[in-house]
Ligand binder design. Sequence first.
Ligand SMILES: [Zn+2]
Length: 359
Amino acid sequence: MKIARAAVQPTFDEAWTTGGGGAGAPVPRAPQAPAAPRRARRAGAALALALALALAGAPQAAPAGAGLAAAAHAAERAAAAGWTTAQMAARGAAALDVPPAAAGAPSVRVWYSPRMSAEARLVGNLAARSAPAVFHDLGVRPPARVTVVLEPDQATMNADLHLGSSASPMGAYWRGVVWVLAPSAWLGPDPEGWSAFSAQARTFAHDGPVVHELAHMALDLKVAGRAPAWFDEGVAQWEEARRTGFVWREPANDLDQPLYSYEELSRSFDRLSNVALAYREAYVLVDALSRAQGGHGLQAVLDRMAAGATVDEAAHEVLGAGYADWRGGAPWRAAAAADAAVARAGAGSGAGAQPAAGR
Ligand SMILES: [Zn+2]
């Protein structure tokens, strides 16, 4: 999930109304909408049933069970796709289909409120253009189609994701579906009409959640949903930094302060109070993994996880003698030293230089 630093004001108060015949009345949402960020906090009954049926008798993480677990994971995604299609139809959403950007790349379907066709086109084109590199980087064969729900405002998005009103996700990934907050909801209207080269559109491409959420999808498919939360967010940020250059930096995630331990990240990533710090620590750990084995370390870790290893087992195998230092926080100390060197080298290039939107 990509989180904006501060909650934004809803821009559209009649979200998801039908274009005609609805007389402006919002279409009620289903009370059991099963979407949740990254992990299902409240799965819908149909999804829970599908999962229970698929998981019955599947030994966890054992090689013999890997196929069954993958099948269960695929069943979850199929159920979520069905739920999304039904929801979007009930809301009177329009669908935009963007063809693949290259042979073997996925097409993109964007569900959107009919008044937001320009933003839907921007988001769909960006997703189609970004997908080949993201799936390639993480060593995953892309699905035939990527489904994106373009949410018109923060309130609608939070309701769909079962988040409190103070949450400020600008993107989320959940069981095969990417959720994107409309660029206008956090950047305001675009005087250039959301053309691909407008200043607003360029800001959205750099600071927005599209690459981040596609990376969650690629990782999810690669390891069949078995990525722990810290690793999931670390990989999404790593891919984002690689492809857009965006790195979430702010004073709250400076590394010259008491840090969360690897054990804390592993055990309770979603409950740590300094979210900016937890995310940065996760990113730095993944970045360190990626530098192992001549720059192929992350790929090696993912391949082992795809074969059934936990992230710990995979990191241990890939890092070898360096595993204990990595787990003990050596990458954070190195990054803190690099930050200090940058700060000494001159003013104006340190923390705070990043734009206001984080994840
Ligand atoms: Zn994320």
